[in-house]
Design a binder for this molecule. Sequence first.
Ligand SMILES: Cc1cc2nc3c(=O)[nH]c(=O)nc-3n(C[C@H](O)[C@H](O)[C@H](O)COP(=O)(O)O)c2cc1C
Length: 188
Amino acid sequence: MKTAGQPSLKGRTVLLGLTGSIALYKSCDLVRRLKDEGADVFCLMTRGAGEFVSPLTFSALSGHPVADDVWDRGVWKFNHLDRAERADVLVISPASANTLARLAAGLADDIVTAVALSTRAPIVIAPAMHEVMWNHPATKANVRKLRGYGYVFVGPERGPLTRGDTGWGRLAGTPDIIAAAKKAVRRS
Ligand SMILES: Cc1cc2nc3c(=O)[nH]c(=O)nc-3n(C[C@H](O)[C@H](O)[C@H](O)COP(=O)(O)O)c2cc1C
């Protein structure tokens, strides 16, 4: 049940950054659930993400072309930088260790990091990786830095990982990611 004043994603522009984690398949459902909440969802994919799930899938699910190449003239034609400007929230899910490092370094040479650096919208990050990567001091330092920038983290959780391991690094559940996006969404 919705309460008056409770943040909602209805009519909001959600940018969804997708990166190269095995957990990427879960973001197919995330797109559907965000749309169920009334959000207009635009997907941005790293090259790594495209190795796991085809951009076509996210294009079909979101109903919009996917931006997966910072050099693609079409990206500018579809006004993704415009969208970065008008976005109500940028959710990066799953966020790989590599992308966390790139964000922390302020790099902007793929579409996810370029938009993250260009948007004024709140940024929600849902990391997903093996526990060894998550516990690495480099990742920990990157997360600290990003939290310092005001980025909101949701998860990771402890649970089953790939290769039969159990530990920290599992992607947060879709309802938790949506709740974090709702809480973070730009008030206007
Ligand atoms: C099968 C497979 C699964 C992977 N899963 C993860 C993962 O869950 N998390 C992660 O941080 N990296 C994972 N990687 C490594 C990333 O894909 C790799 O670091 C890549 O450079 C990430 O690029 P991106 O951040 O630009 O998408 C995986 C690689 C492979 C081949």
